[in-house]
Design a protein around this ligand. Sequence first.
Ligand code: BES
Ligand code: ZN
Ligand code: ZN
Length: 459
Amino acid sequence: MQDEGFEDKAGKTILIRTEKRKLLLVGLGKLGELTVLDWQKAFAGVARKAKEVNAKTLTIALPIEELAKKTTMTPQNLIKGAVEGLSLGSYEFLRHKHEDERKKEKKIEEVTFCVDKKFEKEVQKGIEAGELSSKATVFARDLVNEPSSVTTPTFLSLVARSLAKENSEISCTVLGRKEMEKLGMGGILGIAKGSAQEPKFITLAYQPERRHQTVVLVGKGVTFDSGGLSLKKQEGMETMKLDMAGAADILALFSVLPDMKLNVAVIGLIPAVENMPSGTAVKPGDVLTAYNGKTIEVISTDAEGRVILADALSYAKKFNPSVILDLATLTGACIIALGEEVAGFFSNNRALSLSIQKAADKTGEPVWELPLVASYKELLKSAVADLGNVTKNRNAGAITAALFLEAFVPPKIPWAHIDIAGPAWAEKDTVVSPIGATGFGVRLILSYLEALGQEKKKK
Ligand code: BES
Ligand code: ZN
Ligand code: ZN
């Protein structure tokens, strides 16, 4: 190890070749400082190395008792994190590559964990949990990476329908333009006006018999964000297929919810539209009326996410929710504030924000709370409507967007908004994700829902 200059740092590896096998030593650094994300990264590194040397079977020896003692993770969570790291590190999106290249993809076929027998049960549970959350994350990645010519609002509605078809515990309803007109969902209809694609409003429901709470999840489903008439600049516009990452997260969650055996009801709401410029598009200065009757002056057609979420958040009231969470690639300002690795979140409820922070710490999807500064609400005033959709300048852009959303949240309901504009997409290759969609948010919400279930059991 000394010869090779191996350092004991999280993620560092050294490969030793023997005649029959390859032995990979993995550094973890100081165990007392090891985060869940470091742990996942270490295993993502293992997966990448294994693929590089064409290893099909992995045998992983873990001193699990010592690891559980010295880190903040339980044996079960250690295994879960290891499985997640292995899956996420080996992810590639090759659907549109030539067949020859797809065939060349090196796949890890089997992984064996060697641990002390007394942890057998926990290890098994950890494997199952890790497989489930990885499956959901990959589901979200695939949907977001797929070009927007495929993942239209109609396509998303078909994905939702097929989830309901596959599972009797899930039901799905889809509203088209006509139904939305009847209900007065003017925000979604307004943003959809410039596109040839029909907007869809998707509702997914998972309502197990034993349920003590109802969580409504709302996901921004802008299948492509050109900016509309407030057109975005050319550079980087191709990545705006990512603007349905919130919606993808919700579909991904529903793909595994029945396997989670939760005792909470979960409702998923997805306003799905394409934001395009055209002769029929919504114009700056137009006024739209949202589902709750509030009027919005569309000053920038590029601030479309908050306008469609206005309808969805106010519609959530119908389900008498105990909590509303929304996931949205909402603002570039949030990326400026927190960068690519951390999501910003906002909440009108202390207990809820603590639960979200806790869920994030447990999963390796970092979040940071930003304040809903009440005095900034004034900046959203409009001369002609109840609210303008943007403020005069870009100051505190992530906060003013969240304040706009808050105006449409049904009164007195704990709500949190998670702005995933940064971490939903990897601009550069990292060990846990190639360039493109990351599936950020899926594991965070899974962990939040899991904790909700346990809360009740304790009581
Ligand atoms: N979808 C974008 C936000 C975004 C930007 C997501 C970059 C991911 C990466 C959103 O609809 C948008 O365009 N927001 C504007 C708001 C502005 C007009 C107030 C922004 O952030 O520039
Ligand atoms: Zn936009
Ligand atoms: Zn957008």
